[in-house]
Structure formats: C-alpha cells, structure tokens
Design a protein around this ligand. Structure first.
Ligand SMILES: NC(=O)c1ccc[n+]([C@@H]2O[C@H](COP(=O)([O-])OP(=O)(O)OC[C@H]3O[C@@H](n4cnc5c(N)ncnc54)[C@H](O)[C@@H]3O)[C@@H](O)[C@H]2O)c1
Ligand SMILES: [Zn+2]
Length: 372
C-alpha cells in the first residue's frame, strides 16, 4: 500500500475518550467496518457472554458482521430482535429482554450490545442499567442521530403511556463503536434529521464547526468519509465535553443540548410523533429559538438567517406545520406540569454560544418573521 493511501486510511479511524473518571470510555469512529468490534468488546470487559439487541431490519443487514466479530474474539454471542419503532421502548419489552437474558445465562460480567438507532440504544441501555443491578453495555449506533447524540452520555430511558422517556437511568456504556458504513442504508430523510442535532452542536458550542458544516454539509449528507468522519468526530467530542462538564444534568451545561427542543417537543406532541421526525421538529424549534434570541436583543442580526440557510440546504423544515398557538402553549405547559410556570429556554448569543433564560410558554411562542 502506498504511503499516501496508508495515511488516508489512518485518517478515517478516530478514537475519542469520554472523560468521566472510572466511567470513562472510548468512542471509536471508523469507515473500516465492524470487524474490530469483538476485540474491542473483549478488551474492554471481562465478558464471556454477549447479547446483541437489535431490530429485525438492522439485524439482517449488520447482525451477521457483528456476531462474526464477537465470536472471532472468543465471545459467546446471542442475538435478540425487538420490534422496530419507538412504541417498543417500554417496560413490557424490558421485561421480555430480562427473560431472554436469564434464558441465555447472562451474568453480571456479561455485556449487552445495542445495535441500531437511538430507540435500541435507550432500551438496551435501560435493560443494562437495571438487569442484576447493572451490567456493562456497548453502543453500536446506526443512525446519524444516535452516533452523535443518543449513544453518548449515558442517558437511558423507556416510554410510559403518558409520555416519552419518563422512566430511565444514567448508565454509561463501556464503548461506543461507530461504523460509518452502516449509514449507507439510512434513508436521506433520517440522515437530514440526524444532521439537525449536528447543526445544534455547532450552533450552541462551536462556531468553527458550524462554519465547517456550512462548507461541507452536502458532502456529509453524501457520506463522503473525508467530510463525514471528521464531522462525526467533532460532533461526538462536543457531546462528550458537555457530558463531562455536567454528567447528570445538574449544572445547566447539559441543558444547552435542549436548544430547539422546547418547541420541537411541542410540535412532536401535537403531530402525534408520526408525521414528523425528531430532528425535523428540532430544526423548526432551533430556528424559532434563534429568531426569538434576535427579537430579545440577545443575538446579533443575521444569526437566524445563517441557521435557516444551513437547515434549508439539509432539506430540513423551518416553518411550523399547522401552527396552533394554543396547542403549542398547552404542550409546553404539560412538559413543565404547571400552568404559567417558566421554562428554561435555550437562546443563542451568537452562532457557537448559547445560554438559558427563563420564559413563559407565551413568551416563547413563535414570533412571525416580520416581528423580528
Ligand atoms: N439517550 C439520549 O441521550 C437520547 C438522545 C436523543 C434521542 N434519544 C432517543 O433516540 C430515539 C430516536 O433515535 P433514532 O432517530 O436513531 O431513531 P430509531 O432508533 O427509531 O431509528 C429510526 C429508524 O431507522 C431505522 N434504522 C436505524 N439504523 C438504520 C440504518 N443504518 N439503515 C437503515 N435504517 C436504519 C430504524 O430501524 C428505525 O426504523 C428516541 O427513542 C429518542 O428518545 C435518546
Ligand atoms: Zn434531540
């Protein structure tokens, strides 16, 4: 292999460390497949048995490579399929997983591997946090959203009939293995939705990263490794840094990740979670928050326009579908339980810097463009 090619291949593998003392772990990003996963799991744990939790479509595509790699590393691996869709992220499904773990003889040294998007990651993470009072788990995220967001940081959760993510635990994975090759099967609409969280990271934390996205967002969407791998790397580093500073959402730093999510959640609730993807709702919520930041005199003119241009290039929605002021106020109040109470709302001071202000739902509500 030529020195040049060698160098190029090296550039496409990166390891980031999430620094949390004894709970620290590596995030391995690469375009070189799933082959090295088994060795990495064997090195990071004392496991002899591994259960790979996935959904059928991902299991069919990538399960074979994962199982081969685990077995080649001397691990006894079993695959457990759960039905696809966020409605699977519930306590009934967790209970079925516990039963399967017992049937397979998983003990406290055994490890779970979450192979899939954020739904599989949250469900498997929660099962790992609670089975036998906690066993190790590994994230193998296969959506853009779960690569830069859901798989990092140790928040695990399941839904209750009354709301999303209402039961959960903080439980850090012992390894995050990102194979960018898995993104080739991810529909473009889901890719765009994942990009919304990447844009968010730039908007709240890193102006240079935001500028890089402005230069390279099409190449990232086309999965060009030369753009994709560094963009994923920086996105993961930002999430890791936020989590390092505020692992349990106590100091307020981690709350900055909620940029765009207050209105975003209200839109998801109103639309019944079906017709709009999370990242799409966040896109609308971010643009609204940026406009609001300008209207409040907190961010300079042009901030929202820059954000809007980038979101539009990513084919993300920026206008609220079926805008219903009352329904959105109600949804935000349900979120906060008390009518009239203030919400910690994330505003931009400029691209690359965010802060939290306290506003009532009525103050948060969309300003029309001409109100800016
Ligand atoms: N724990 C956290 O910090 C955190 C953060 C953000 C979101 N979440 C959670 O993550 C979930 C959303 O995650 P998501 O957007 O990854 O959704 P998802 O896991 O539901 O995946 C979306 C769809 O894409 C499919 N898919 C996944 N990978 C694919 C691939 N490589 N090719 C083709 N299809 C693929 C899935 O099977 C699914 O149908 C929600 O449950 C949300 O609450 C958690
Ligand atoms: Zn989000």
């Amino acid at each position: 292999m030529s020195a040049r090619k060698n160098k190029k291949e090296k550039q496409l593998k990166r390891t980031i460390r999430v620094d949390l003392g004894q709970r620290s772990y590596p995030i391995r990003i690469g375009s070189d497949g799933l082959d090295g996963l088994g060795e990495a799991v064997a090195t990071r744990t004392n496991a002899t048995r591994v259960a790979v939790v996935t959904v059928p479509s991902i299991g069919r595509r990538y399960g074979g490579a994962v199982m081969r790699s685990l077995r080649a590393a001397g691990l006894k691996a079993h695959r457990i399929d759960v039905p696809d869709g966020d409605s699977t992220k519930n306590l009934g499904q967790v209970r079925k997983l516990y039963d399967a773990f017992l049937d397979w003889g998983l003990d406290r040294k055994s490890v779970l591997v979450a192979l899939g998007g954020g739904m599989v990651g949250d469900l498997t993470g929660f099962a790992a946090a609670t089975y036998l009072r906690g066993i190790p788990f590994v994230q193998v995220p296969t959506t853009l959203l779960s690569m830069v967001d859901a798989s990092i940081g140790g928040k695990t959760a399941v839904n209750l009939p009354k709301g999303k993510n209402l039961v959960g635990a903080f439980h850090q994975p012992c390894l995050v293995w990102i194979d960018t090759g898995t993104l080739t099967s991810l529909p473009r609409r889901d890719r765009s939705a994942g990009m919304a969280e990447i844009v968010k990271a730039g908007a709240i934390w890193d102006a240079r990263y935001f500028a890089r996205l402005e230069r390279e967002c099409e190449a990232v969407m086309d999965l060009d490794p030369a753009s994709l791998v560094p963009v994923l790397e920086r996105g993961c580093r930002i999430k890791a840094e936020v989590v390092r500073q505020d692992e349990r959402e106590e100091s307020g730093v981690r709350a900055l990740l909620n940029f765009g999510h207050t209105l975003g959640h209200a839109i998801e609730t109103q639309m019944g979670y079906r017709r709009i993807l999370h990242g799409e709702a966040v896109s609308i919520g971010m643009l609204h928050a940026a406009r609001r930041s300008q209207a409040l005199g907190l961010a300079p003119a042009g901030t929202a326009d820059r954000l809007e241009d980038l979101l539009a290039r990513l084919r993300l929605p920026t206008e609220i579908p079926r805008y219903d002021r009352k329904a959105h106020i109600a949804a935000m109040q349900v979120d906060k339980k008390r009518v009239g109470s203030k919400i910690h709302y994330v505003v931009l001071r400029r691209i690359g810097r965010a802060e939290t202000v306290e506003l009532t739902p009525a103050e948060i509500l969309p300003v029309r463009r001409r109100d800016q």
